[in-house]
Ligand binder design. Sequence first.
Ligand SMILES: Cc1ncc(COP(=O)(O)O)c(C=O)c1O
Ligand SMILES: N[C@H](C=O)CCC(=O)O
Length: 441
Amino acid sequence: MSDHSARSTARSTALFDQASAVTPGGVNSPVRAFRAVGGVPRFMASGDGCHITDVDGNTYLDLVCSWGPMLLGHAHPQVTAAVQAAVSRGTSYGTPTEAEVLLGEEIVARTPVDKVRLVSSGTEATMSALRLARGFTGRAKIIKFAGCYHGHVDALLAQAGSGVITLGIPGTPGVTEATTADTIVLPYNDQPAVTEAFAQYGDQIAAVITEASPGNMGVVPPQDNFNAFLAQTCRAHGALFISDEVMTGFRITRSGWYGVDGVEPDLMTFGKVMGGGFPAAAFGGRAEIMAHLAPEGSVYQAGTLSGNPVATTAGLTTLRLATDEVYAKLDETSATIQRMVATALDKEGVPHVIQAAGNLFSVFFVNSSDSSRPIRDFAGANAQVLPRFAAFFHAMLDAGVYLPPSAFEAWFVSAAIDDDALAELESALAPAAAAAAAVQN
Ligand SMILES: Cc1ncc(COP(=O)(O)O)c(C=O)c1O
Ligand SMILES: N[C@H](C=O)CCC(=O)O
């Protein structure tokens, strides 16, 4: 496989060929491939603060942050020290440990959940929350929204965002009709559609699951108190409201999106930041609901590495360092970057919409007729001029800025971004905006 990059990619290219021989598509999660933008994925060798360096020695300002987790930047000295100390004590016992109790307490203190169960991935968290909702209500149907991504849970892959939309996979082979028979998919931000679904199936609906503020079709925040409306509608019909904060949790504020809209869900899911760069995730909720989980109740859920001592140490250390000052800095950095991107694109006359949810944001390359219209849903996100994003992405990469290789993903900032990094970004943006402008629609 060859690459058209201006920088040397010889070692990444060789590793990608090697990887493709042993791993489908050469990557261990589809979003890491460059299929939507072309070229060879960069194989990273190290990270330091807001930078990552690939195996060819190219250093990039990182605006992916491992798809969200690296809130404090890479190799943060205090997180690294805590992890090294934990590793030296042993890496897994299959017994309870103190770190997992402390992490559970930290999550309970920051969010409205009474109790929490730790798992190893966001996918496990949403899958388990759904099972618990069904076990608690004794109902089968669930509502999800087009463009929201909740991990690769069979029942939730229908019209999913993230890699599913990036790769243009309409329905995933391997997910049987029976598995999705109880999944109702509705347009995001569409209150009448929710009302209608409840009018038809109200007493069969176990739960509504939504991203607290979607970031997997690009950033499409809830409008007109959508979350409050969902919570009220669920309560009126005896269904549970599940807020998926895997992406937003502990990133947008110290209590995630809940810290912004204050809508109390029945169940919540968390991941990414709470693992501090290690595989840790969680789901939690009201004590009465969580009591249905084994061994207290009979809804079974388990995991050999759940609450792993190294992962929980990394997560706990990260959360303890994520103070209000850190969140204020993240907000400021994000707002500055959004302004810089808008200025560069405006200068070249590239039609775009930038949408933010706290410090999370994304840039939609739209048709000129759409540039004053907010994107409210999956259909809106799908109407982007994708080749323009690809040109912009590659010009940024060549200039040393690593963006998500997809027009449907959020951009993530870290607290390690400083003025020097912003200056690097500034000089990358001019050629990238020009490259986007050169693409005819
Ligand atoms: C909102 C949301 N939920 C769930 C998941 C699944 O998490 P994981 O990739 O850790 O399985 C993700 C990301 O992948 C996500 O963004
Ligand atoms: N958009 C996804 C999650 O937020 C990206 C992570 C992945 O699927 O590897």
